[in-house]
Design a binder for this molecule. Sequence first.
Ligand code: KG4
Ligand code: ZN
Length: 354
Amino acid sequence: MSPTRTDAPLVLGIETSCDETGVGVVHGHTLLADAVASSVEEHARFGGVVPEVASRAHLEAMVPTVERACETAGIAVGDVDAIAVTSGPGLAGALLVGVAAAKALALSLGKPLYGVNHLASHVAVDQLEHGALPEPCLAMLVSGGHSSILRVADVTGADDGVVPLGATIDDAAGEAFDKVARLLGLPFPGGPHIDRAAREGSITIDFPRGLTSRRDLERHRFDYSFSGLKTAVARWVEARERSGEPVPVADVAASFQEAVCDVLTRKAVDAAADQGIEDILIGGGVAANSRLRVLCEERAAAKGIRVRVPRPGLCTDNGAMVAALGAEMVARGRTPSSYDLPADSSLPVTEVLV
Ligand code: KG4
Ligand code: ZN
């Protein structure tokens, strides 16, 4: 963690794009509070996030979570220099709760408001752990909703600072983890359960690696596809069940995880080398995966590329990441958002500040 800079901006960030109500407080690159209220248990029996349930949970959690964050940070909410909020992308109703709360706070306190991109926040959060971002860096963002490779020359998005090099053409990596976990009878969200199960298993099944054939690479060099892999796992498990033999859950988990991590890391390292970039940053919920970290570090090191991964708690959705990006906006003198800031469920990754 970098030392507290007295001139650094004090920013409160609000995140409500999915099922986590996150409120964080940062002082420049220093994390002061990271309060998260999750509605994940309310969605578990549905096997995925139910938007209406998430929105209602955000409404109920918002005020107590803001209070908890300020208490932990040892500040009064009026002390902040700015309010930052996730403006998109995400679930429309869920985003609206955060944006409305942030506007209410900013207007009533007379503070500037920064509506920021959720994906860029997953990149900026690393500054809270490892200090100033190396720019340019190659960001691999892997979450339940996104899998993309970005060239980040300026995390605030100034001068085309965030350029997408590739993305998934179907399922996101986290979505694949969640779907495969479900068919193995593991709870939602599945990523951490597959990660754990895989440690007890061996890589015994050669599952397909999407978009890696020579022909696919011509058009989709840095793109991902996980839906074929998910179907292949489903077919394999079905065949096993039909044969009456038990499904070796740990081996399937390990083999599936290897297929995902192999493609993710291969393409990210290839993209960094192609761009002449020496630092890879992994962000998003799937960055918490233990195999992904190890494999990426191994392959990057072989090419003289460094890898930064924030600790797991900062990889999954939280308010500190939004505050971190907001603080960067203030530090780099970016113009604040208008008080009629929209919530944009399909905000493109290139629009970092709305
Ligand atoms: O970034 P995030 O909290 O929310 C979104 O913006 O989607 O990511 C959630 C995703 C879920 O799909 C979850 O299964 C996955 O991250 N995840 C993991 C692990 N921990 C969370 N996937 C693989 N391994 C993990 N250890
Ligand atoms: Zn996220």
